[in-house]
Design a protein around this ligand. Sequence first.
Ligand code: ATR
Length: 279
Amino acid sequence: MKKRFAVLGCPIEHSLSPDMHNSGYQALGIDASYEKICVTPSQIKKISKELKRKQYRGWNVTFPLKEAILPEIDILSPEAERAGAVNTILHQEGILKGFNTDGQGFIRFLEEEGFTFQGKTVTVLGAGGAAKAICTALLDYECKILIANRTVSKAVSLADLLFKFGGETEIVPFEDSDWLKKTDLLVNTTSVGMEGEDFPLTLQGISRETIVVDLIYRTRETPFLTKARNYGCQTYNGLGMLLYQGALAWEIWLEEQAPLAVMKEALLLVLAGGENVET
Ligand code: ATR
């Protein structure tokens, strides 16, 4: 029987996930399909029932459903529980298991690039959903997590959450400051730069040894990354995290290694078309 998968969200039109997964099924000769379905939070209950009835094996959820899906989930994985959000659902005989592969996708990608997280100081710019997924995943790696956010109260909420789980956390100002010197890994999770706009920090004082990541992937190099590169830092955009969160979902659903090279090629192909995209 054909295995059916989907990504749910709103808007969903420009999602790259179908390209990434379908190209993988095709390359490995797997009888499966992955489609996109436009779903709002008020429709999530009904759609979840329908996907169960139609025997979908799994689905991803993206904005604005990562928290709205929680009431439909029967079993939450530990990382989804800590993040308070789900992006991957596995359906087994009417039971829905919820996972969050965003944070682990980020970690896996950088590990593949040779970065080791243990004991490192990671500064996260932003305190929204993406920051939360990454920071809670980092809890397993004994990192020191510095959080800088425009709205300090949101940084405090995230720091409180990490502290509750035993994380070593500090709030630092969302401006060029001493923390730049101490940072081993700097991650921009804010949306600043999506439209090519300049980043409010100059990054003056950053060490050239610092690894710098921007989660934005529709622009190959945001102004934030250009600044970091000009200081001699190794930089990455968000494509790697996108790829690995998808690969981890693949492994959960199909219990086998994802064809990373094929999936990456599919992503690059669509992005080269210059489309506006979301996960
Ligand atoms: P996501 O799920 O992608 O993390 P989100 O939860 O809406 O999205 O979070 C967006 C993040 O980008 C927030 O940290 C937000 O900062 P505030 O908490 O101050 O709103 C940050 N952000 C968005 N626009 C920004 C801007 N112009 N300057 C600085 N930070 C910005």
